[in-house]
Design a protein around this ligand. Structure first.
Ligand SMILES: C[S@@+](CC[C@H](N)C(=O)[O-])C[C@H]1O[C@@H](n2cnc3c(N)ncnc32)[C@H](O)[C@@H]1O
Length: 283
């Protein structure tokens, strides 16, 4: 579906009943909690009106009927519309200062690292992780670092995998870092920065839903970044997700959450180290 232009979401009326059906559906699919209030109502209306227009549908009720029996691509489109993908390079930069030192220490002992970026959005966060690895470990070791970047939203994963960013998305990166890790290129007449092949090859993008009951990975991770997604979940979901993320870590491994998300995190498997950084307990 291509988004229709000149959307005026005020053209459509969204009843409370239909709002609650959409909110229930996104909660079930992605854990995203959108209680009924005027701010969320405007958000849902605005984002879903684009889909209605593109399908030439005349009401939210019509779209809801369609969505109930929709296939995977249309369901994915709904998830993509109602998830918030805001991100940037070196977001909450203190984490990467810490991580630069931590990856060095880790590597000296274990000589390999498995890293999971669990709500990777359009790729800026996993590429920031890869850049930090490159800046802190000698080149000969880079192949021994695996970075998995996952998200529920396949649209953002596609963009992350391609690794093209507009000039306006390059905030947070110095000229020196841009020169080392990106190629400047023209695409359809616009300037883009493309992540260099060696950096792209360090990151594997794959779909993963954090509200899945069980996380099944061949091997546990040494570092898990799951930042700025728990804010969209309710307390019960946060508890379950933090438990699963902690179980996906090696003993001694680290879990990094968003700076604003760590206030009420309590889990017997992990211990708080510093701002929004937790360590998996040994026992
Ligand atoms: C605001 S972005 C945060 C991106 C990045 N972690 C950062 O801190 O800049 C939140 C991301 O979480 C993803 N997300 C929402 N619900 C999810 C779920 N149930 N499983 C996996 N990812 C989810 C969204 O698609 C979105 O890309």
């Amino acid at each position: 579906m291509s988004a229709a232009k000149n959307i005026n979401f005020e053209d459509f009326h969204l009843s409370q009943e239909t709002y609650l059906q959409f909110a229930g559906h996104i909660y079930k699919l992605a854990g995203v909690n959108l209680p009924y209030n005027s701010k969320n109502e405007a958000l849902v209306k605005n984002r879903l009106a684009r889909i209605l227009r593109a399908y030439n549908q005349n009401s939210f009720e019509e779209y809801w009927k369609f969505l109930k029996s929709a296939g995977t691509p249309e369901t994915q489109e709904f998830i993509s519309a109602l998830t918030t993908n805001m991100t940037s390079f070196f977001r909450e930069a203190a984490h990467f200062t810490w991580f630069g030192k931590a990856i060095k220490t880790h590597f000296e002992k274990l000589y390999s690292a498995r890293i999971w970026c669990a709500a990777a959005s359009t790729g800026q966060e996993p590429y920031t992780i890869a850049i930090t690895v490159c800046e802190n470990l000698p080149e000969k070791h880079h192949a021994r670092v695996k970075i998995l970047a996952s998200d529920i939203d396949t649209e953002v994963l596609k963009k992350g995998g391609l690794g093209y960013y507009k000039e306006s998305e390059m905030g947070g990166l110095s000229r020196d870092i841009i020169f080392k890790y990106f190629d400047r290129t023209i695409r359809d007449g616009d300037v883009f920065y493309r992540v260099k092949d060696f950096l792209r090859d360090m990151v594997q993008f794959s779909q993963f839903n954090l509200v899945d009951q069980k996380y099944e990975f061949k091997k546990p991770f040494d570092f898990v970044f799951c930042r700025n997604v728990l804010i969209y979940f309710d307390e019960k979901t946060v508890g379950k997700v933090v438990e699963n993320l902690s179980l996906a870590l090696n003993p001694g491994g680290y879990l990094l959450l968003g700076h604003s998300e760590s206030g009420n995190i309590k889990n017997a498997l992990i211990t708080s180290m510093s701002k929004a950084i937790y360590q998996r307990n040994s026992k």
